[in-house]
Design a protein around this ligand. Structure first.
Ligand code: SF4
Ligand code: SF4
Length: 69
């Protein structure tokens, strides 16, 4: 099956993010994790993102944004 082209790029604004961890539980594909060394939540495996916008909608700090590429 052909790989679907990504339409959006996901960014975390670390000026806004307070490490609450909600995105870790809200993403149905487990694409966020907590990086102990950096002491912050990170977005990993962007290739697996289905661009559902749930993380953006659920982040209480409006720190996640999906922007059209
Ligand atoms: S839900 Fe938003 S504020 Fe909370 S850890 Fe994720 S990006 Fe940061
Ligand atoms: S847009 Fe959907 S699949 Fe992509 S990281 Fe956010 S919740 Fe996960």
């Amino acid at each position: 099956m052909a790989k679907r082209k990504k339409l959006f790029t996901l960014k975390i604004d670390y000026e806004r993010c307070d490490n609450c961890g909600i995105c870790l539980f809200e993403c149905g594909f487990d694409l966020f994790s907590y990086d102990i060394k950096k002491d912050r939540v990170i977005f990993r495996n962007p290739g697996q993102c289905v661009e559902c916008f749930i993380c953006e909608a659920r982040c209480p700090e409006q720190a996640i944004s999906l922007k059209i590429q």
